[in-house]
Design a protein around this ligand. Structure first.
Ligand code: AKG
Length: 263
């Protein structure tokens, strides 16, 4: 099976700053991945006692070695919102980093024979208390640690069916073309990481109502975000980010290089 992107898909990604592939992972693959992310979340939560806790804008973070765990701000049950990086916490997630369903399209985007992982995260967005993500680009977070933010590409992997009611992923079409955009200036510590709403066109918003197992590839400069999950359904997702081969990962500094399928 060839998973490389077609020239039509590459053109559409270049224009829009994103590309969707629906239902790439099947029921069995999804069942394994969901079990793996729950094991990883349990492990991260258990390890929190060994970590360094800090609070930014009322949000609780715990650094456990080079792994950062972010907790839901309003949660009464210590619900985890994000774990980054997560692939080291479970072998099934480790294997996903080299899965050709992900790496072949990434190789097409990077136009090379091998690629390296930059970072990866798990966004849990639990039923009822899973908070949203304000509009932002990823590149302003990374620009101080990477000399090639223009060459960082993400893939969002939907682990559950997602729609408006459980806070599905959203993107601003074509917002990737002007590099790092100015952040908001609201006096908070993290405000500068959220994109100034005057710098992108909300009418170009695309809402991803997608079945579990679908992928959204998107550029590091693409403005994206999502609403809270007010439903009874989970909305779990993994996001993995790749870069040209030979560069170390963001948080661990380790190198994880994958040879492109079919080379
Ligand atoms: O999971 C989502 O809905 C958005 C996640 C996001 O924006 C991020 O992790 O940078």
């Amino acid at each position: 099976m060839r998973y490389q992107l077609s020239s039509q898909e590459l053109t559409s990604y270049a224009q829009d700053g994103f590309l969707v592939r629906k239902s790439v992972f099947d029921k069995q693959e999804l069942a394994l991945l969901r079990k793996a992310v729950e094991r990883a979340a349990m492990q991260a939560h258990q390890l929190r006692k060994t970590g360094r806790i800090y609070i930014l804008d009322g949000k609780t973070f715990v650094d456990i070695g080079h792994t950062t765990v972010q907790y839901e701000p309003e949660s009464s049950v210590d619900a985890i919102k994000v774990i980054e990086p997560v692939h080291e916490l479970d072998p099934a997630l480790g294997a996903l980093v080299d899965n050709p369903k992900i790496t072949a399209p990434m190789c097409s985007l990077l136009g090379s024979k091998s690629i390296s992982l930059w970072t990866d995260k798990l966004n849990l967005k639990r039923p009822r208390d899973g908070s949203g993500f304000g509009w932002h680009q990823d590149s302003p977070y990374w620009v101080h640690d990477s000399k090639h933010v223009d060459e960082l590409h993400n893939v969002y992997i939907a682990l559950d069916d997602a729609g408006e009611e459980n806070g599905c992923f959203r993107i601003i079409r074509g917002s990737h073309t002007r590099g790092c955009l100015p952040g908001t200036d609201d006096g908070t510590m993290l405000g500068g990481f959220y994109t100034d709403p005057r710098c992108f066109d909300r009418s170009r918003e695309v809402t991803f109502d997608l079945p579990a197992g679908s992928l959204v590839f998107f550029h590091a400069h693409t403005v994206h975000g999502s609403q809270a999950n007010h439903s009874d359904m989970p909305r779990r997702a993994l996001i993995m980010t790749y870069q040209p081969a030979g560069f170390p990962m963001l948080k661990s500094g380790n190198l994880h290089t994958t040879t492109c399928p079919g080379t």
